[in-house]
Each structure stands twice: as C-alpha cells, then as structure tokens.
Design a protein around this ligand. Structure first.
Ligand code: GDD
Ligand code: MG
Length: 354
C-alpha cells in the first residue's frame, strides 16, 4: 500500500521554529512530526511513502529520509512541485507513484496533525462502506479554522457536505486531515494549484461517495504554538496509557514528562506536568518546567522557570528568567541571565535581553 504526506506548506504559523527547520521536521514528542505519521503508516502495512514537497530544498529533507528509510525499512520518495499546487494538485503530480496495478486505495495525510492514527480501522471502514474516499473526522469546540463535515441523517457515516473554514456555524465535526482514497479520485484532480477541501471533497460528497469515520482518541493540528503545546499534553496522556515506561519518574517529576536519556537534569528541579526534554539538553539546578518543550541541545539555567512555552534547538534560558504564556524561542536564541519575564505571544530570534 502507498501513502502521500502533504509537506509543502510554508509553516508560517509555527515561526520562528520553521525559520530554521521545515515544519514536518520540527520535533514533537522528541521526534520529527512526520516520523509519527510514517511509523503509523508502516504499522498499517504501507510500504512506500511519497513526500509532496514544494518550496523546500529536497536536501534539507534528504538526510532525514536516508536515516529513516533504513531504520523503518520503508521506501520514502519525493514529489516536488515547481510552484505550490495546494492540497490536491500534489496528488495529480504524484499520480504515477501512487497508482499501481493492484488498484488499491492510498492514504493521504496532512503533515501537522497528531493523533493515535487508527489506520487499520480506517481501511476496514473504507471497505465496509465501499467508499470512493474516506476521511477521518473529529469534534472540536471552534470548527471555524478547519474543514467542517456535515453528515447525512439517513446514512450516518456518509458525508452530505464539506465546507472549508466556514464563516457561519454548520457543524462541529471537522476534517482531521487523514484520507483514504481510491485511485479514481485522481481522475477528478487537474494538474494545477487546487484544494482537495474546496474543490474535490464537496464534489465527491455531492455524488454520495464520501464517507467519514469518527476518529477515536485525541487529535490536534499542531501547526501553531498554542495548539502544539495542547497537542503535546494530549500526546503525553496517550503515551501514559500506551507506553508508560517511556515517561520519566522520580521525586522531582510531576505528571507526564518525556525526557531523552541524554538530557541532564540538575538538583532541586521540579519538572512537569506535560514537559518534553530533548537529547543533549541541560536543565540546571532549581529549574521549574511545566507544560513546555525544551528541544535538542537547549539549556535552561539555574532557577529559571519555563511554562506553556517552546525552547527551540540549541537555545538557552538565562538564570532567573521566566518564559510563560506561549513564548517561543527559535533555534539558537539566548535569553540573558537576568530577571527576564517573557509572557504572551512573544516570538524571539537572536539574543534577547531586557
Ligand atoms: N505539497 C504541498 N503543496 N503541500 C501543501 C501545500 C502545497 O502547495 N499547501 C499546503 N500543504 C500541506 C501543508 O504542509 C499541510 O500538511 C497540509 O497541506 C494542510 O495545510 P495547512 O496549511 O496545515 O492547512 P490547515 O491546517 O489550514 O487546514 C487543513 O487541515 C485541517 C486539519 O488540521 C485542511 O485540510 C482542513 O480541512 C483541516 O480541517
Ligand atoms: Mg494545518
């Protein structure tokens, strides 16, 4: 079976992290975002994953691909656009890679969604309903920033209509960005910039061939810092249930904390809940961390406090500094040793002193 992951967005909402790293390679739970998806695809029987890239230089992704092709024993190839083709055009471009004589359906995933990926259940669902296209849906409080899916009353799993980013309330079930499509869907897509949500799904729904499976478990689009932090809490909750041994334990730990084995944590720290500490990080003594991410190679110095924030790769938080309320440090940002207090949507690059 094959799969395509849409990885060509600009990731502007996850700046400054995406200024140094393509969004799909930004770490989440101590692994690149798309690795969560590639692992799940492999577990569901996928043997080849096509990464639909656009403006990115393939070299940036190449070392990632080389490493994980070997580790996971899965084929990973690129399909590169010369201009952005949106969320449907890349499928037309990769047509030859996705279709083979087996005529099997293939998966399509947005690269920035995180969940438990019940892909085997989805294959079952797709077959049971003899759907042309199946999509996963989930319920959210604010559906306006997503694609909203309205189900038929008489056939509960069949989609009546699909409305991308509706201005008015039409329902609270939204497109979770995970699809299983028959090869015939490709006949509906022209090779030009086009949106699967605005042009293709509404058409398939009007022909009563689009079905929606309600996603069990948690779901989050982690393409914005606030949602990334919320998604991390959900992901760690799910790890607690599925693989509790991966989480840290100890007197200085509260709730769910994932810390790489190469990270060093000093004395008298209080860490958690909902914290991820990356490889090679140094957390000096007396530090308080909760609801935050400290990425590979970062350092949090003595008596600093980081909450609801993201500390990018190789950055440092100075002594006594406080980062809170969705502060995001990009790569190699250094917050001075002082009583710095950063609160709110503060996006920082370079050296930061107050
Ligand atoms: N190759 C390629 N080319 N990929 C693209 C392009 C492009 O021109 N534009 C966007 N993408 C990729 C992004 O990298 C992302 O993985 C995916 O397509 C969706 O784009 P986003 O920019 O993240 O869209 P969104 O979050 O506003 O909305 C989408 O996701 C929601 C769920 O998170 C839609 O699919 C909504 O319907 C859905 O509810
Ligand atoms: Mg998104």
């Amino acid at each position: 079976m094959k799969a395509l992951i849409l990885v060509g967005g600009f990731g502007t909402r996850l700046r400054p992290l995406t200024l140094s790293m393509p969004k799909p390679l930004v770490d989440f739970g101590n692994k690149p975002m798309i690795l969560h998806q590639i692992e799940a695809l492999k577990d569901a029987g996928v043997t080849e994953v096509v990464l639909a890239i656009n403006h990115q230089q393939p070299e940036v992704m190449l070392s990632f691909v080389k490493e994980y092709e070997k580790k996971l024993e899965i084929k990973i190839t690129f399909s590169q656009e010369t201009e952005p083709l949106g969320t449907a055009g890349p499928l037309a471009l990769a047509r030859d890679k996705l279709v083979d004589e087996s005529g099997k359906p293939f998966f399509v995933l947005n690269s920035d969604v995180i969940c438990e990926y019940p892909l085997l259940e989805m294959i079952q669902f797709h077959q049971t309903h003899a759907a042309e296209a199946s999509i996963m849906v989930t319920k959210v409080d604010d559906p306006s920033k997503y694609g909203v899916v309205v189900m038929e009353k008489e056939a509960a799993s069949r989609v009546e209509s699909f409305v991308e980013k509706p201005k008015h309330f039409v329902g609270d079930k939204i497109n979770a960005g995970i699809y299983l499509l028959n090869p015939s869907v490709l006949d509906r897509i022209e090779l030009r910039r086009t949106s699967i949500e605005k042009e293709i799904f509404p058409k398939i729904a009007s022909e009563k061939k689009l079905y929606a499976m309600v996603l069990p478990g948690f779901w989050m689009d982690i393409g914005q810092p606030k949602d990334y932090i919320t998604g991390q809490r959900m992901y760690l909750d799910s790890l607690r249930k599925k693989a509790p041994k991966e989480l840290a334990a100890g007197d200085h730990i509260i709730g769910n904390v994932l810390a790489d084995e190469t990270a060093v944590v000093g004395e008298h720290c209080l860490i958690g809940p909902d914290v991820v500490i990356g490889p090679g990080c140094v957390i000096e003594s007396g530090v308080r961390l909760f609801s935050c991410t400290v990425m590979r190679g970062a350092r949090v110095k003595t008596s600093a406090c980081v909450s609801d924030s993201i500390v990018g790769w190789g950055s440092s938080v100075g002594r006594w500094a406080r980062l809170a309320n969705v502060t995001v440090l990009g790569k190699d940002v250094h917050v001075a040793d002082a009583e710095v207090y950063s609160s709110g949507d503060v996006i920082i690059q370079g050296r930061y002193m107050i």
